[in-house]
Write a protein that binds this ligand. Structure first.
Ligand code: KG4
Ligand code: ZN
Length: 357
């Protein structure tokens, strides 16, 4: 049973975890996440500060994960580290540390793509969340709809043309005076009312779109963000912003959730997968989970979503994806370096899909 140390430093979380088991049943033995709250002061992640905090946090975080799991470096079969995509200075801390630790302790190192990690996060809590499935990855930096026939084979159905879903939450939250990161505070604000009195147009849900059209699966959130900006400005002018904040938050969330739900249902109709896996920080959103469940369960599909601790950035998901890459025989070369952007390995444009039912 392989024992993998995962290391994640792609953004503002320094994290390490131990995962054992098999690709189909990875078991989390420990997880340490050191969140960098300092970025709240700036309303967003400051890359240089993130790198420096990873530097001070990485050694105790890794030691904490080893101690919590009751293992030593000698027990490790591999070290899995996020090498892309993300903030390059932040990624460099994790990749350099993993390479040095692997070299110094004679443990092989495998490189993990951050988004593949998010796909594996749900499996740590739900053993049935394995391929084939439809996946919706909604994080601060990415928004992708995928068909996943097998681990390592990712057919891209659609992605955002501009802002990621989490980015839209964060920017709208900022407009509403909420702290960073804004997804959870915005969700809580939206929950304070039963329903919104206004409607924002759901982006990219043209009813006449058919499979093969660019906008059938693609997403876009910048227009919705602009609609919120205009609503905020109008309310400011009228002096009604305080009263309107929850209403605007709810209407924004309804529109974004409505679009994502429609796209997931289209994929379920077309590919007839019975499992839907949600991943990334926005997957914690209860309204999103509920809306997708309601729409696809009547088609006999089950929705699997990670708990908030595993939905947001963490090293357990990197270790789980690393286990898959390790078992596939992958090892890094000494020249491995961090990459700010890199497409998911195994990502292909969708092949001719079956017709919708
Ligand atoms: O996956 P993640 O931790 O980091 C990236 O890889 O980007 O996602 C962070 C994003 C942030 O934009 C945050 O506002 C959003 O996930 N988020 C949420 C919720 N919790 C976190 N968005 C909506 N509702 C939530 N409950
Ligand atoms: Zn992430």
């Amino acid at each position: 049973m392989p024992c993998i140390l995962g290391i994640e430093t792609s953004c503002d979380e320094t994290s390490a975890a131990i995962v054992t088991g098999s690709v189909s049943h990875p078991t989390m033995q420990s997880l340490v996440i050191l969140s960098q709250d300092v970025h709240r002061l700036f309303g967003g992640v400051v890359p240089e500060i993130a790198s420096r905090q990873h530097l001070t946090g990485i050694v105790p975080t890794v030691q904490g994960a080893l101690d919590q799991a009751g293992v030593t470096l000698g027990d490790l079969d591999a070290i899995a580290v996020t090498h892309a995509p993300g903030l390059v200075g932040a990624l460099l801390v994790g990749t350099s540390y993993a390479k040095a630790l692997g070299f110094g302790s004679d443990v092989p190192v495998v490189a993990v793509h951050h988004l593949e990690g998010h796909l594996f996060a749900t499996l740590l809590e739900h053993p049935d969340a394995s391929p084939p499935f439809t996946a919706l990855l909604v994080s601060g930096g990415h928004t992708l709809l995928l068909d996943v026939p097998a681990w390592g084979t990712y057919q891209l159905l659609g992605q955002t043309r501009d802002d990621a879903a989490g980015e839209a939450f964060d920017k709208v939250a900022k407009l509403l005076g909420l702290p960073y990161p804004g997804g959870r505070p915005l969700e809580l604000l939206a929950q304070t009312i039963e329903a919104s009195t206004r409607r924002f147009v759901k982006p990219m849900v043209r009813a006449s779109a058919v499979p093969g059209d660019d906008d059938y699966y693609d997403l876009s959130f910048s227009g919705l963000k602009t609609a919120v900006l205009l609503a905020v400005r109008a309310a400011e002018k009228d002096g009604t912003l305080d009263a309107a904040r929850a209403d605007i938050a709810r209407a924004f969330q309804d529109a974004l959730v409505g679009t994502l739900t429609e796209k997931v249902e289209r994929a379920v109709r077309q590919f007839r997968r019975t499992r839907i896996v949600l991943g990334g920080g926005v997957a914690c959103n209860a309204a999103l989970q509920q809306a997708i469940r309601t729409r696809v369960e009547r088609r006999g599909a089950t929705v699997y979503a990670p708990s908030p601790r595993l939905a947001t950035d963490n090293a357990a998901m990197i270790a789980a994806a690393g286990l898959f890459r390790f078992e596939a025989g992958e090892r890094i070369s000494p020249s491995l370096t961090a990459q700010a952007s890199l497409s998911l390995p195994g990502l292909t444009p969708v092949r001719t899909p079956p017709s919708p039912s």
